[in-house]
Every structure is written in C-alpha cells, then in structure tokens.
Design a protein around this ligand. Structure first.
Ligand SMILES: C[S@@+](CC[C@H](N)C(=O)[O-])C[C@H]1O[C@@H](n2cnc3c(N)ncnc32)[C@H](O)[C@@H]1O
Length: 281
C-alpha cells in the first residue's frame, strides 16, 4: 500500500464516522505517524509503507474516528511563534487568542520591566508568548487546575523561561496581590446552551473547567474583572478574550468596575472577541 491508498482509506474511515475534516485529518495523521512534513508526503504519494507503518497510522485514524482532536493525538499545537505541549488537562490554544497577544504587544509597547498576571493560564500559551517577545517582562501563571499548571510549567521549561514565571494554583477568587501592570485572561466563557451544543471533539476531550462559564457564560469573566480592580496597579491594563455574544455585557461589567475601555478588537469573522481596558483610580 502506498501513501495515496492509505490516505484514501483513512479519509473513508473518518467520513463514515462523520468527521467533517476527514481528508485533511487523514493527511495530517500520516504526517504525524511517519514524522514527515505534509509536503514530503504529498510529493511522494506513490511511496510504499511497511505493515508496521500502516498499523501505526490506522491506530491514529481510530483515535480520530472517536473524535479525539488532532492536537491531543499529536500532543502539541503551534501558537503565535512556538509549539506548546497540549493534553486533556488544558485547552488547545486557539488561533483567535493570537489577536489578544497582537493587541497587548501593540498597546503595551515597552521593553521595560513589567509584571504580568495570566488568569487561567492553561497551557501557558498567552503568558509564555508575551514573555518570549519581551525579555524584561515577568509573570504569574494562575490556574485553578493543578494539572493545567503543570503543563504550563513544562511549556515554560521548554522555552527556558520558567525562572521568569511564578506558578500559582488557585481560584482567582482566593488570589490577592496588588502589583500587576498587566492582566491577561482567556477565561472559560461558554454558556450553558452553547456548551450542550459543542462538537464532540471539544466536549468529550477538552476540560470542562476551561470551557464552561456558567448559565450565561459570564461567571469567571465577572470574577476576573472584579478581582482585577484590586490586583492591578493604577492605570494598569486588563486584556480579556470574550465569547462571540458577550461584548455588550462585558463592556457594562468593566464600566461598573471602574475600567475605561481603551480598545475593542474584532476577530476574522468581524465579531468582537477581545477587550482592553484601563483601571481608573
Ligand atoms: C479557556 S482556558 C484558557 C487557557 C489558556 N490561557 C488559553 O488561552 O489557551 C481557561 C483556563 O482557566 C482556568 N480557570 C477556570 N476557572 C478559573 C478560576 N476561577 N480561577 C483560575 N483559573 C480558572 C481553567 O482551568 C483553564 O485552564
């Protein structure tokens, strides 16, 4: 059997299991199992495979058939400029979250020392990406889930910046330290109805704690905004990623808690997904 036949077989199996991205997933899984680039595979479709290679590939196809996300099968995901380890304890970094990184770097255009808090650090993708861009910045990684924090620590070690980050396992409600110049957060914000309708890839594999934000999706966002009022320095910035339908509610919440909204940023679908606010004295 050659690459072409095997990709065809993999695609058919995934299609039968209603995987929407069957063809691309079948190709990606072959790159993962053979540890070869996609270009190498697609340019050599007539190459033959050993029985062992075929078995290894079909094992991966079977995992995907059961809705396991490609990022979990591979154990990593590219975000901003680096690869991050991902597993069942953390949210797989999403491309939308890069909007927050881009905007924070634009608004906080200083290379001087600042202290950054990431609430709900997960894999560490936001904090680590920011600290890699700004060599003098230091950070605190906070997460209520100790296993997520362990993953963030591994990712920080991989980038050799673990000594610039404090790792704290706590609910944001129980955290207090009045010293941050910048707070970033991509909190769980999915509401009850949307959570029930999530694709199986997400619902069955990604952590509930990382996704579910209560009946209206605002439970953790509200906690983060209220706590940020005390934990940020005066004139400090709060950068939040929000759900597609939460813009007006979060704007009100920020105003009520003495924040001035500096910028609202839309995603590629023209929906407000990120808010940057300044704490007013
Ligand atoms: C949507 S994930 C974001 C992960 C990562 N920052 C990212 O952008 O990919 C939210 C994270 O917040 C954490 N979390 C949920 N509720 C929390 C709380 N009350 N206090 C601290 N962390 C919380 C979850 O464990 C999860 O890791």
């Amino acid at each position: 059997m050659n690459y072409r036949n095997l990709i065809y077989k993999g695609t058919s199996i995934l299609k039968e299991s209603f995987i929407k991205t069957a063809q691309i997933d079948a190709e990606l899984l072959l790159t993962i199992s053979l540890k070869k680039s996609r270009e190498k595979i697609l340019l050599n479709l007539e190459n033959k495979l050993s029985l062992e290679e075929i078995k290894k590939y079909l094992d991966l196809i079977n995992r995907r058939k059961n809705n396991e996300p490609i990022s979990f099968i591979e154990g990593k995901r590219f975000f901003w400029k680096n690869e991050f380890i991902v597993n069942k304890n953390v949210l797989t970094p999403r491309y939308e979250t890069e909007i927050l990184i881009e905007e924070v770097l634009r608004m906080h255009n200083t290379s001087n020392y600042i202290n950054v808090l990431d609430v709900g650090v997960g894999s560490g993708c936001i904090l680590i990406s920011l600290l890699l861009e700004k060599k003098n910045w230091k950070g605190t990684a906070l997460d209520v889930c100790s296993l997520a924090l362990k993953t963030a620590k591994c990712n920080a070690k991989m980038q050799q910046i673990e000594n610039r980050i404090k790792f704290i396992n706590s609910d944001i409600d129980n955290f207090f330290s009045r010293k941050y110049d910048l707070i970033v957060s991509n909190p769980p914000y999915i509401n009850k109805v949307s959570y029930n309708n999530l694709d199986l890839d997400v619902k069955a594999y990604e952590p509930h704690k990382a996704l579910y934000g209560g009946i209206n999706g605002l439970d953790t966002i509200e906690k983060v905004v209220k706590k940020s009022k005390f934990v940020l320095k005066n004139n400090g910035l709060l950068a939040l990623e929000i759900g597609h339908d939460q813009y007006y509610m979060v704007k009100e919440l920020l105003k009520k808690n003495q924040f001035y909204i500096l910028k609202s940023i839309k995603d590629y679908q023209n929906i407000y997904r990120c808010l940057i606010a300044k704490k007013i004295k």
